[in-house]
Design a binder for this molecule. Sequence first.
Ligand code: 5GP
Ligand code: MG
Ligand code: MG
Length: 186
Amino acid sequence: MALQSHIEKILWPEDQISARISEVGAQITDEFRAISPPPVVVGVATGAFLFLADLVRKIDLPISVDFVRAESYGSGTESNGAPTISCDLKVDVKNRHVIVVEDIVDTGHTLSCIIADLTSKGASSVSVCTFLDKPARRKVHFQLVGEGKFYRCFECPNYFVVGYGMDFNELYRNLPYVGVLKPEHY
Ligand code: 5GP
Ligand code: MG
Ligand code: MG
């Protein structure tokens, strides 16, 4: 495949991604089964779009699904450290349990900004479900709200990864797996 020729190394292939998402979806289903009303699952656009789509189909509860957009990366591989909400929710999250779905938590700035926004909107709890977690790069310690829980599919080594929703300069989101680009493509 032409697109695959840009990839140096695959970190998580498709079958491993879908197996892990089935596990996490089952765990969320289990842990939210008795909670009323059922949670609002909020994907962070654009990076979480594929993960959100796969995850919500593994949550066996009558959830609501919505998106927010937070801008922290202009381009390239470094955060500017001051994300803002640039596209807001449609669902009212007041007194609702929210699960924020992220592609990857890196410095933690984006998540802190989104959690602050959901708190100001009156969410009764905020949980986070991230596809990848890069704890080595954390600069801000985000705080879950209420009885909020933290879920992650995989811990990510300190590489800039692309695919499965994640971009480099708005490219490679459509790769069905996660990998690292060949140096000539960065
Ligand atoms: P943070 O605000 O935690 O530094 O970064 C959050 C956002 O930066 C992620 O949701 C993602 O969009 C982007 N990001 C962080 N690390 C990576 C990476 O390794 N690859 C890609 N493609 N995006 C990343
Ligand atoms: Mg993201
Ligand atoms: Mg990006």
